[in-house]
Design a protein around this ligand. Structure first.
Ligand SMILES: N[C@@H](CCC(=O)N[C@@H](CS)C(=O)NCC(=O)O)C(=O)O
Length: 225
């Protein structure tokens, strides 16, 4: 055993990507096992690795962690990215939930029927620019600090940068009306651990393609309706 966290998921973003981001931002090296066959998945279930028969799975500190938020909470707590007290933690959790709701639309996008994609994309951009980004823009403008919460780097900053970059993949100028977020993006991207994660060759995954969707459907024996 290397002692590094072991991540089991598909070779793609999905629900694991925010976990990869958080570990990378914390400067933690991790190993990955990619699910490619149904047999692999059934074996994990049979051997008792998946509490609710679902991935992501993260093995670390002797734990078999499942459920994305539980995993993220554990990592954020362990690496001091979850605020200095309960109030900061609550603020971070609210910001993180906001970005998660936004990213949930992106998560499902590759699996939605082609005729619904355009509408979904429009909803995504609309939600990002009218509901979520204005909140972060206002917070940064009001407190004039470098980070979203408590003037120190936290899970909220990491998750927001991930969401911004995902949105920019869909609409390159999505940050145009948000000067504070533009500066935030530049600032957070230049933090050494994050800079490294953004470089080619890191464990960051590309946007999902048809092969990724096909693997997920095969492993879970699902059909797109
Ligand atoms: N609440 C869980 C949901 C996990 C989940 O739905 N995982 C999918 C893959 S992304 C899965 O394992 N699906 C198989 C199933 O539910 O049977 C989480 O946030 O991790």
């Amino acid at each position: 055993m290397s002692g590094k966290p072991k991540l089991t998921y598909f070779n793609g973003r999905g629900r694991m990507e925010s976990i990869r981001w958080l570990l990378a931002a914390a400067g933690v090296e991790f190993e990955e096992i990619f699910l490619e066959t149904r047999e692999q998945y059934l074996k994990l279930i049979k051997e008792g690795y998946l509490l609710f028969d679902q991935v992501p799975l993260v093995e670390m500190d002797g734990l078999k962690l499942v459920h994305t938020k539980a995993i993220l909470n554990y990592i954020a707590g362990k690496y001091n990215l979850h605020g200095k007290d309960l109030k900061e933690r609550a603020q971070i959790d609210m910001y993180v939930e906001g970005t998660m709701d936004l990213m949930a639309i992106i998560l499902l996008y590759p699996f939605s029927p082609p005729e619904e994609k355009e509408k979904q994309l429009a909803t995504l951009i609309e939600k990002a620019t009218t509901r979520y980004f204005p909140v972060y823009e206002k917070a940064l403008k009001q407190h004039r600090q470098e980070f979203l919460v408590g003037n120190h780097f936290s899970w909220a900053d990491i998750q927001l940068l991930e969401a911004i970059l995902m949105l920019e993949e869909k609409k390159a100028d999505v940050l145009a009306p948000f000067p504070q977020l533009q500066a935030f993006k530049a600032r957070i991207s230049s933090i050494p651990t994050i800079k490294k994660f953004l470089e080619p060759g890191s464990q960051r995954k590309p946007p999902p393609d048809d092969a990724y969707v096909a693997t997920v459907l095969k492993v879970f024996k699902m059909d797109l309706a």
